[in-house]
Write a protein that binds this ligand. Structure first.
Ligand SMILES: C[S@@+](CC[C@H](N)C(=O)[O-])C[C@H]1O[C@@H](n2cnc3c(N)ncnc32)[C@H](O)[C@@H]1O
Length: 300
């Protein structure tokens, strides 16, 4: 947490260096374990550093999916050819979600705001943007900070997106962040939080939690809280998101897991095959789903 609750910030309070905005207390943020962890992960994340090492003739240069894979889940429901004024992405990483939305869905925007705690990942996003030129007409604003109080105007954002990030943000901070997302979202704006929450009743997480407790000295620094769909609904309601976006859905993801696929980095025999073979009834989906997404009912 780097900023005081109830304090409004604007990008004017940030310093722009080499294409990224930094808060005035950046040195303090650099000393947090959370940032050190994501900076370290960011240096190798998904092998994305490959692009600058490849020859121009490499297939990856022509086909972004060979670098990033294709993000699925709620993004499959995202409409084609949508055009918005502004997009805010929480935990943009190196830009997998916006790259996919721009290329596969022809999403267009005038302004893109990408917030991430990891400077190496934002530096990589700049490289990925140079390579694949996603959102070609947009003004890019990359902000390296811990997402909580957003340095953006009230009612200024048309679309807020986030992919696999909220499970890494502690509960109290996530609540402040969701309230601030509600503040910056325009009335009638939309949001997509894809694969954003881990499911507390998923057996795989329960086994993992048990194994983690066996050795209290070894903590996984990127792993945080899990929620039920009722808890996610309560958090979104407390954040006041329906004042801007009256109708939204909290939905189990389509990945199900009864066994962890690795424990302490060691593959669990047959776990992947067993998990992939699960075809739960509607009644069991909320129990077996790996996580939840939340998104505006009207994506178009
Ligand atoms: C699992 S990665 C997902 C990245 C990206 N959305 C994607 O799909 O490739 C989680 C991301 O959240 C970022 N992150 C973690 N905690 C954060 C925080 N407190 N504030 C902002 N970003 C954070 C990490 O740096 C990382 O980029």
């Amino acid at each position: 947490m780097t900023q005081l609750a109830n304090t409004k910030f604007s990008l004017n309070d940030f310093e722009l260096r080499d294409g990224i905005y930094f808060p005035s207390d950046y040195e303090q943020l650099n000393n947090t374990q959370h940032k050190k962890t994501w900076d370290a992960i960011g240096k190798t994340y998904y092998g994305s550093q490959k692009i600058e090492k490849l020859a121009d003739t490499s297939p990856i240069k022509q086909d972004y999916t060979l670098l990033t894979g294709t993000p699925g889940g709620t993004w499959n429901k995202f409409p084609l050819n949508k055009s918005v004024g502004s997009i805010l992405e929480i935990g943009s990483g190196y830009g997998r979600a916006p790259l996919h939305l721009s290329k596969a869905k022809n999403l267009r925007c005038e302004k893109y705001y990408g917030i991430d705690i990891s400077e190496p990942l934002l530096r990589r996003l700049i490289k990925v943007k140079q390579e694949y030129n996603f959102f070609p007409e947009a003004e890019f604003n990359l902000i390296c900070t811990s997402a909580e109080i957003l340095p953006l105007e009230d009612n200024s954002i048309d679309l807020v997106i986030s992919n696999c990030v909220f499970m890494h943000i502690p509960d109290a901070q996530l609540r402040s962040l969701l309230a601030d997302i509600s503040r910056v979202l325009k009335p009638g704006g939309i949001f997509v939080f894809n694969h954003s929450f881990h499911n507390k009743s998923c057996p795989s997480h329960i086994i993992h939690n048990f194994v983690r407790k066996l050795n209290p000295f070894v903590r996984n620094p990127v792993y945080l809280k899990q929620y039920s769909s009722a808890e996610i609904n309560e958090m979104l309601a407390s954040a006041g998101i329906q004042t801007k976006c009256p109708q939204y859905i909290v939905e189990p993801t389509e990945e199900y897991a009864i066994l962890p696929e690795t424990i302490k980095g060691i593959p669990v025999p047959f776990a992947k095959a067993i998990n992939r073979s699960l075809k739960p009834s509607d009644a069991l989906k909320e129990t077996l789903a790996y996580g939840f997404s939340a998104y505006s009912s009207q994506l178009d």
